[in-house]
Design a protein around this ligand. Structure first.
Ligand code: ZN
Length: 222
């Protein structure tokens, strides 16, 4: 992972499992917000933004725990530097624990761009990734978690959910075009008394993260 070392990631997922909190998929969230009758049990959904190639390290960890994760990717960086190569994207596409969403085309602060650029960022990213992956993508994570009314309106027109990075859980009353996500760093722990070393990291870092109802968890810089 970009921000979280594999052993810490394993520990975080095992902690969530130890609390009997189920992992859900992005499709479960889409269905819940699209229906007035579907209820969501307390649950956690994992996301990782930007498409760094080392997200491949997460695959065996996710698979061993049957935990799905949604990757929010922006096409401009694919096949460049430390980002995912096309062959890796193909492998991810075939992995049953991986889902995808859009994250703009070039990762700008969308509230700072012109109307024409906004349209391109929101629509072209969807068109290119859907073609690459061969499946529809109906959720969008705002780059840096930042947006304004025009951004939100454009995303609302073309996607079923918009994800931000405000720390917090979600309920079905949450604005589904500003879904909260806890950003997880390598120092993020759970304040669990059984894990004094992690608790110490909390005190030095960003913690403690506590799994709450419908928590989205975001790995990687947003
Ligand atoms: Zn990002």
């Amino acid at each position: 992972m970009y921000s979280v070392l594999p052993d810490v990631f394993e520990w975080q997922l095992d902690y969530i499992r130890s609390q009997q909190i189920p992992f859900i998929r992005i499709g479960d969230m889409v269905r819940a917000y699209g229906s007035s009758t579907t209820a969501l049990a307390d649950s956690v959904m994992l996301t990782a933004d930007d498409g760094w190639a080392d997200v491949m390290n997460a695959l065996p960890i996710l698979q061993a725990r049957q935990a799905p994760m949604t990757l929010y990717i922006y096409p401009m960086v694919l096949n460049h530097g430390a980002y995912l190569k096309f062959a890796q994207l193909d492998a991810l596409k075939a992995n049953p624990w991986i889902d995808f969403g859009c994250h703009s085309y070039t990762h700008p602060v969308l509230r700072h761009v012109s109307a024409a650029v906004l349209k391109h960022e929101v629509l072209e990213s969807k068109a290119v990734l859907e073609k690459q992956l061969g499946k529809p993508l109906d959720t969008f994570a705002y780059p840096f978690g930042m947006f304004d009314r025009a951004t939100q309106a454009m995303v609302r027109e073309h996607y079923k959910l918009g994800l931000g990075v405000n720390d917090g859980g979600n309920t079905l009353k949450t604005n589904c075009y500003n879904i909260n996500r806890f950003v997880v760093y390598r120092t993020t722990g759970f304040g669990d008394s059984q894990h004094a070393d992690r608790r110490r990291l909390d005190q030095q870092g960003h913690g403690p993260f506590r799994a709450k109802q419908h928590a989205h968890v975001c790995y990687g810089d947003p």
